[in-house]
Write a protein that binds this ligand. Structure first.
Ligand SMILES: Cc1cc2nc3c(=O)[nH]c(=O)nc-3n(C[C@H](O)[C@H](O)[C@H](O)COP(=O)(O)OP(=O)(O)OC[C@H]3O[C@@H](n4cnc5c(N)ncnc54)[C@H](O)[C@@H]3O)c2cc1C
Length: 476
């Protein structure tokens, strides 16, 4: 039995039966993303559509607007915050099958893509021309460019290359009432454009709450020709951020700087004893890239700085040795998931960012919070930009442990704001962090609500996300 036969009939009439999903079992597949929260709740849509043209998206939005139906855009649903989950039902707009790379313009260092293009696939195509799109989420092989733009995603190389927003030249967007606009440099091929209000930046990171991104013009960069990895081992935790600071002060900007604290080192060694990381309070991994001569010089310079405090330093540009040095970091997430035989790693309070000067305090206090709430936790992250990843490990089937991890995650979000940081460095707000909007942004939330109200007066566009729920309700 269909949940909403009239809705499905209308959608079929609008874009055809092959692009409408309405069977109950199929709809269940759209009731969650990668977040822990969506595992414990059932947010089932009334219908899913898979449009493949701007016109189809526009038709759907016009219909939804006229009938007050919530619409939730969805890429690959790798999000960790319930962003692509239809918390108020309605229509899910699955854009993952709309995966056309329309153009790679090598003369102007740009690419134009439709929203469903998978990040790794775009970089595979760009590599043929010696180019790349630098932001690099851990979900690269699954996540879509539409999802990356909507979440302003990034990853461990954000230190040097920034986040997705730094590469979006312009967008095509279908507004909640169905009109289509282009922003910024979507129409032009100029790399520089300061004309008009910056609507592109307004949509980047808006998490599908202001419109549907249907086309993206990206700036792309030359792919670095050389790479090197440096591992430094620290008996004292404080020495790790101090070393990072001194590297910056020496005028060196590594592509990425990662930290594993003692909990992560232990987890990695238990998971894969052959990696055999030195027993220490912290390990730093520096990734340097660029042209071969500068990489060599920078690697030696970072080694010189690290040796002032580290008990062990190794620098390599040999591909095999680099992979070995990096292995501890690359298995950390998997290792965290195995620290308790009956438990698993959940995504809760997992990606706060704090000032570099507060990283040590942050790691210490997260440990204390873990003890207070009886939650095992593994800490690692992108220390270069203060993005701390905490991996709480619990039995996800135990309601009592779920309650404890929720309190733990709440305390971590508040700690981030207290330390002058942010509740999320990369995974976004979605449903999970919306309750902290006031805490983090204060009266600026009122401006966000005004913008939301202006663009989406009926509040149909991905409701329940990004903004505090009770206040957002006043929009409609
Ligand atoms: C193993 C793993 C590692 C991860 N590592 C990282 C990381 O290093 N860095 C990072 O930033 N994130 C990371 N993430 C989170 C997530 O993968 C990224 O935020 C990703 O970019 C989301 O893309 P998606 O296509 O899956 O989007 P979805 O999860 O489908 O959607 C995310 C948000 O974007 C909106 N949206 C999607 N498409 C559109 C569109 N076309 N128009 C308007 N709104 C849209 C959705 O409504 C939702 O709010 C990770 C996730 C996993 C599972």
């Amino acid at each position: 039995m269909l949940k909403n036969q009239a809705l499905v009939k209308d959608l079929v009439a609008l874009i055809g039966p092959d692009k409408v999903i309405s069977e109950e079992l199929d709809l269940l597949c759209y009731s969650y993303d990668s977040s822990f929260k969506s595992r414990n709740h059932r947010f089932v849509p009334d219908a899913v559509v898979t449009p493949r043209s701007t016109e189809e998206v526009s038709k759907i939005m016009k219909y939804a607007y006229a009938n007050n139906i919530p619409v939730t855009p969805r890429g690959a649903a790798t999000g960790e915050t319930c962003g692509a989950v239809p918390v108020r039902g309605g229509i899910v707009l699955d854009l993952s099958t709309w995966d056309t790379i329309e153009e790679i313009d090598t003369s102007n260092m740009q690419a134009i893509v439709r929203p469903g293009v998978v990040h790794a696939n775009l970089n595979k195509e760009l590599a043929k021309y010696g180019l790349f799109f630098p932001p690099d989420p851990g979900s690269s092989r699954m996540c879509t460019i539409g999802g990356m733009v909507a979440n302003n995603s990034s990853g461990l190389r954000a230190v040097k290359y920034g986040t997705t927003e730094n590469y979006v030249l312009g967008l095509e967007v279908v507004l909640p009432y169905g009109d289509v606009i282009v922003t910024g440099g979507m129409k032009s091929r100029a790399i520089k454009n300061v004309s008009g209000m910056n609507l592109t930046k307004l949509f980047v990171g808006s998490e599908g709450t202001l419109g549907v991104i249907t086309r993206v013009r990206l700036r792309v960069w030359p792919k670095p020709k050389a790479r090197g990895i440096l591992m430094a081992v620290f008996p004292d935790l404080e020495d790790a951020p101090q070393t990072v600071l001194e590297v910056y002060q020496a005028g060196i900007l590594p592509a990425g700087i990662e930290i594993l604290d003692d909990s992560a080192i232990k987890a990695v060694n238990e998971y894969k004893p052959e990696i055999n990381l030195p027993d220490a309070q912290a390990i730093l991994l520096f990734e340097l890239d660029g042209n071969p001569a500068s990489v060599e010089w920078e690697g030696n310079e970072v080694a010189r700085i690290a040796k002032k405090r580290a008990s062990q330093v190794e620098w390599s540009t040999d591909p095999e040795r680099m992979a070995q040095l990096w292995e501890g970091r690359s298995v950390t997430a998997a290792a965290a998931a195995r620290v308790r035989p009956d438990g698993s790693r959940v995504f809760a309070g997992e990606d706060i960012s704090v000032p570099l000067s507060k990283v040590t305090e942050c790691l210490r206090r997260i440990k204390e919070l873990g003890e207070k709430y009886g939650v095992g936790v593994v800490n690692y992250g992108h220390i270069g930009d203060g993005n701390v990843h905490t991996a709480p490990v619990i039995d996800p089937e135990s309601p009592e442990e779920i309650e404890r991890v929720e309190k733990f995650a709440d305390a971590i979000h508040r700690l981030a704001v207290e330390l002058g940081g942010s509740t999320t460095g990369e995974h976004g707000v979605g449903l999970v962090r919306a309750p902290y909007a006031r805490l983090e942004h204060g009266p600026a939330v009122d401006i966000m609500l005004l913008i939301k109200r202006a663009l989406d007066p009926k509040g149909i566009m991905n409701p329940g996300k990004l903004l505090p729920e009770e206040e957002e309700a006043r929009v409609s």
